[in-house]
Write a protein that binds this ligand. Structure first.
Ligand SMILES: O=C(O)CCC(=O)C(=O)O
Ligand SMILES: [Fe+2]
Length: 340
């Protein structure tokens, strides 16, 4: 099946949702009534600064550690990424999606089932009765500069590359702070997690999610339930809520906090921490009359890096709970639904 763009389908003025987007009843957003809005932990990252009293820093490290253990997701404020830069990132991403369809198609990726390829895309169903998400996306490598393929980035708007290059530098500092705090909280030395994720070879990938208004949002999902394969995912949404996380058998809305960055613990941090930190199960829902967009940046080890439970965290009483393997192998297995 050729990939129909959700944006084009949405723009054709439908009154009801085409069948390929209708989820089975138990997957529908309304299946669990009154899913409460979760007050996910909100953490002030300025308290990790060098000039902050030691007891405040220790308190922040503990807050981050607890959030990673209990929720696998939290939001950070005073993170050091300028508000204006986040706004620019969002403007240039939105402007790309507002280009004429033929121009967007010139950036179309060569998507194969179950993989993300650089460029503009729409996910294909994984199997014969697989349902589609109400979502188009753009995906490209962002960091380090040696892995960027600028020719796969949007060419318009013309500020796109410059804004993204600035954004990733600011975001790298946030990622480093988080990996530092997560390491210190495990009592394994402040650089241990960064090193376990590849040190300076750690990679960052930009995804822009575009969720147009949906005629029957109660029957659809934007992105179906999953944990991210990454180490950490750092996401900024627009102001339209839609991210939900699964906790204690319920789906909870993640509340929108202006200018906050949403941090997801991904599979690789769960593995190296031998399960102490939890990769968060999450999904996105869509809106009847509003455009939702989100900008997750996936921070992941390079393909060749072997990832397994850290030796310092395992012993006779705490045997390793995960098999060590390269990140490339992990991805291959997850995308093809093979046992890890
Ligand atoms: O749009 C969102 O808030 C979540 C998207 C997501 O989970 C993903 O793209 O991996
Ligand atoms: Fe995700």
């Amino acid at each position: 099946m050729a990939a129909g763009r959700v944006q084009s389908i949405a723009g054709s003025g439908l009154q009801s949702l085409p069948p390929q987007f209708i989820r089975v009843p138990h997957e529908r957003p309304g299946a669990l009534k009154n899913s409460p809005s979760a007050r996910v932990p909100l953490i002030d990252l300025s308290n990790l600064g060098e000039d902050v009293p030691a007891h405040l820093r220790a308190k922040t490290v503990a807050e981050i550690g607890n959030a990673a253990e209990e929720w696998g997701l939290f939001q950070v404020v005073n993170h050091g990424v300028p508000e204006q830069l986040i706004r620019r990132l969002q403007e240039v991403g939105k402007e790309f999606f507002e280009l004429p369809q033929e121009e967007k198609e010139r950036h179309a990726n060569q998507a194969e089932e179950g993989t993300l390829k650089e460029g503009y895309g729409t996910k294909l169903a994984h199997n014969i009765d697989g349902k589609l998400g109400w979502n188009d996306y753009y995906f490209h490598m962002l960091w380090p500069p040696s892995v960027r393929n600028i020719q796969t980035w949007p060419k318009r708007p013309s500020a796109y590359a410059e804004v993204n290059e600035k954004y990733v530098v600011a975001l790298l500092a946030v990622m480093n702070k988080l990996l530092y705090a997560l390491s210190v909280n495990l009592g394994i030395g402040e650089n241990a997690l960064k090193e376990a994720m590849g040190g300076d070879d750690l990679e960052m990938e930009m995804k822009i999610n575009y969720y147009p208004p949906c005629p029957q949002p109660e029957l659809a999902l934007g992105v179906p339930p999953h944990t991210d394969m990454s180490a950490l995912t750092l996401l900024v949404p627009n102001e339209v809520p839609g991210l939900q996380l699964h906790k204690n058998g319920h789906w909870y809305d993640v509340n929108y906090v202006p200018n906050a960055i949403i941090v997801h613990i991904g599979d690789q941090i769960e593995i190296v921490s031998n399960g102490k930190y939890k990769a968060v199960l999450h999904r996105s829902v869509v809106s009847k009359d509003k455009l939702r967009m989100s900008w997750p940046v996936f921070c992941s080890p390079p393909a060749h890096k072997i990832v397994g439970p850290l030796k310092q965290l395992t012993n006779k009483e705490n045997p390793p709970l995960y098999n060590a393997k390269t990140y490339a192998e992990f991805k291959h297995r997850k995308l093809n639904k093979l046992e890890q």
